[in-house]
Design a protein around this ligand. Structure first.
Ligand code: FES
Length: 160
């Protein structure tokens, strides 16, 4: 009798341990899976936020307009698109430097500078922006972000 109780207790404990361990493992898998799903969601969300904030980031860089690839800026009416910072820098026919976000606010296509009209123009759907980045012709409805410029010798600083 004593041995039967002992065997029963042993079997009961093994089963209990097994259930506890399986239960814990299942819970761990569920929690881990949920954390991964939440993590993926957070990553996508922060990626979207970084895209939204791309034009809000602080900018401060200097280029030498006498050196390649910026030499178009040595000529009045020339322009350069900085694809790293998504900024278009132009030299107006009055020899003033202007810089705005290069991505059209309609659907994100790079704009170009049309010196004769002193405007930025998007060839995708025809939006136009004045020298300060304000919309003059749609379908774009939002302005291009404007940046400051300072020329010192042949060094042009572009900054927020
Ligand atoms: S993307 Fe520029 S007008 Fe549509």
């Amino acid at each position: 009798m004593c041995c039967k109780v002992s065997i029963f207790k042993k079997n009961y404990m093994e089963r209990k341990d097994f259930i506890e361990q399986v239960g814990l493992s299942s819970a761990s898998i569920l929690i881990f899976g949920c954390m991964q799903a939440c993590s993926k969601s957070d990553t996508a969300s922060s990626s979207n936020n970084s895209n939204k904030n791309a034009t809000n980031k602080q900018v401060d860089f200097t280029i030498n307009i006498s050196a390649s690839p910026y030499t178009n800026l040595n000529t009045a009416g020339g322009f350069f698109v900085d694809t790293v910072n998504s900024i278009i820098i132009a030299r107006t026919l009055k020899n003033e430097f202007i810089a705005v976000s290069s991505l059209c606010t309609h659907q994100g296509v790079n704009v170009e500078f049309q010196s004769n009209a002193n405007r930025f123009y998007c060839t995708a759907h025809g939006s136009a922006f004045d020298a300060t980045g304000s919309v003059t012709i749609g379908p774009a409805t939002a302005a291009l972000k404007q940046y400051k410029t300072t020329l010192t010798g042949s060094n042009l600083r572009v900054y927020s």
